[in-house]
Ligand binder design. Sequence first.
Ligand SMILES: [Zn+2]
Length: 508
Amino acid sequence: MGSEGQYLLAASDGEPLSFPAEDVALVETANGIELKGEAYPVLVAWLRRLNEDHLTLLDSQSKAYLKKLFIGEVQRLIDEAVSVGMPESRLQELRGRIAGKIETTAGNAPRQLKKLRSTEEGEREKLVGAYLRAARWCASEDLRQVAAALLSHAQELWPCEEAVELAAEWLPAEYPFVVNNDSPQQWIRWSRELLPAGARFIPRDDPAWKAVAGTTWAKNVIGLRTKNIELLTHSQDPEVLGACLRSGEAALRTLEKLVGREDSERSRERLQVRIHADREAYLSEHTPSPFDRSWTAGYYSPSERVSRFYVPTSRRGADATNRKLHKTFAHELTHQYLSQCWLPTKGTASGSTTTPGYWVVEGFARFIEEQVVELGRLGNDLQDETAMALDVSSGLQAREGLLPTGALIKMSHGDFDMLPNEAIGELSLRHALLELQITPKTIFYSQAGAVTYFMMHERGDEGREALLKFMRLYYTTPSRDPVWETLGFESEEQLVKGFERFLERLAG
Ligand SMILES: [Zn+2]
């Protein structure tokens, strides 16, 4: 390691290159390879290399099919190129090649096609070999989850028995399911879903299980752990749980950068999270602080320091606002982080029920839920103007359907509870193919999310600081004082005007 958290890479010719420590995943030392931080970047580095070979294969094979005018085959390869992320310029070139061309009707076409397909198969097998070599290398360096994720990508290229055999060899000791013929294939699926979040199964002999002994969370449950989350769940769906962990973990890492973390042992504990397999189990769980959960898809319970969710049976249209589970997950974990990690000793969990300014609690959670991009995807600048809260708010403003913004800013938790949750109309969104049922409560959530976005992005650094200051005051020092000054405005009218102009701009 070089100076001040930098690694130096000695080049065989020329100057050594310097990298910041946080950008380095693996370091080669005299004792072999050493993993720094998380394993996911190792997968990304391998895929960057192998993906290029995959695209080259698709390009060269499409030329071979084109020559004999098998246009359908070329189209199949173009579709695959899209799914593996071929850059747009190269895609356009590929598409250009088949424009106006007509499928072959030659008499010997079936024989030709057979020959070309066999060539393609040979090329794919060669490339799969490169994926398997990469996977073997990772396994030999104790990076078995990366190895299994590479097998998943290899199988997309060409299904092969060898990948399954290798996965069987690399099945980790903590794998929680009964090991049977299907296990290697399942482990490949799990690895790919869990790796971006840095998630691992909690072993059966882990102390975490003691804490839940005798509860509904002791039997037929799997445990998953990331840097910031400890999840126990009755659901065993790798895609659903993977999406939750990637999005929850991304939310928590963003929050730590945005608002910081209190310097205390308690604030560093992993957030406890539970996911029920279905709504019925979620509603019937016995908890110390019962309340009406029937209109929720998940909630954070401050007194127990736990968030709970269920997996909706229909993934579309499961609730009125059509939020996917992983969005709800990031939302509730935001409440949990602010309460347990940001202000664990100074703040009340959610302010008092009469403090004005409850919009900041729900608005900020809505902002994080909508703006944070899950781990493993690009683009985390928190500036997505197509987000639903903005879409709904600008749409409603155009037909004068919003709550009066000044009144919204002054509402307390108690005022919010009084808002009805019955549909009062429908709204077509501009950025999603969706007819949304509107209730006063959903208006509150969207409008609060839009005000948060407005404060985060439309008023520069000062706006962002004012927002965070306002949020801290809301949680720590309940007061009924006018809020405009704290938010950086001279008057209620000035804030309302600024917000309205912002929504008008969005409406275009
Ligand atoms: Zn909330």
